[in-house]
Design a binder for this molecule. Structure first.
Ligand SMILES: [Zn+2]
Length: 243
């Protein structure tokens, strides 16, 4: 669904129901329309929402203007061995022999324990997969379908989508000395986080071992719900014990 959509200036309109059908054809289940609305705002900021009346049923429907399905445009096929021509120079490519799969490592703006944090997009034969810090992100759960076609347009949308998925950076810890003592016996990971370009300023962060890695669309924090809840519980319990 999302990988097959693109913004257009030709005034195209797509009904939410059509997008939902695409999602359904891949996953056999309907996408939550509120989630779809959030996704559309983030992925296609120039699209706009409208509520035309369905001519047959007379009911109002949700539709999005200034987007179209990629396959309505002429797709540009590419060969996987030439993928380097179509990706940003900062991406690393790793070919998996035998299967014709490949993994693109896309740098994020975060430096964790002095290493750049990457998002990894793996292109299998007709699907794409995302992993962050070794955890596979279930695309279905964030409203994305995982179909992939070897076209430049599809590759560009996947890179754009992957770029917009925000990474959990955990909970900021101020009282580091106290925490350092006990952290090894807790289901948490202590990390030194810096922003790329400002590597001398780092913050100590704590993430839960079951960190979700990707944030929900439209999340207002930089912390996933698991880290927010479970890590804070541990920190609070710990500081109470210290008193
Ligand atoms: Zn997290």
């Amino acid at each position: 669904m999302t990988a097959s959509l693109k913004e257009t200036t030709t005034g195209g309109i797509i009904r939410a129901a059509e997008i939902s059908e695409r999602y359904k054809s891949v996953y056999k289940l309907s996408i939550d329309l509120a989630l779809l609305g959030r996704l559309m705002r983030i992925l296609f900021p120039n699209s706009s929402i409208s509520h035309p009346r369905n001519k047959l049923t007379g009911k109002q429907e949700t539709a999005y203007a200034n987007v179209e399905f990629q396959d309505q445009a002429v797709p540009t096929k590419f060969e996987r061995e030439n993928i380097i021509l179509y990706i940003p120079p900062t991406c690393h490519i790793q070919y998996h022999d035998m299967q014709n799969w490949l993994t693109l490592s896309i740098p994020t703006e975060f430096i964790i324990d002095r290493n750049v944090l990457f998002k990894k997009v793996t292109l299998k034969l007709s699907t794409w997969h995302l992993s962050i810090r070794g955890k596979d992100i279930v695309l279905k759960e964030i409203g994305l379908d995982n179909s992939f076609y070897d076209t430049v347009e599809c590759l560009e949308s996947i890179l754009k989508i992957a770029g917009k998925i925000r990474v959990c950076t955990g909970v900021t810890i101020k009282d580091v000395d106290i925490l350092n003592v006990d952290v090894r016996r807790k289901p948490v990971i202590l990390e030194l986080l810096a922003q790329s370009g400002d590597e001398n300023t780092s913050v100590t962060k704590l993430r839960h071992v079951r960190c979700e890695q990707a944030l929900k669309w439209g999340s207002t924090t930089q912390t996933c719900r698991t880290c927010q809840k479970k890590t804070l519980e541990i920190v609070q319990r710990f500081s109470t014990n210290m008193r």
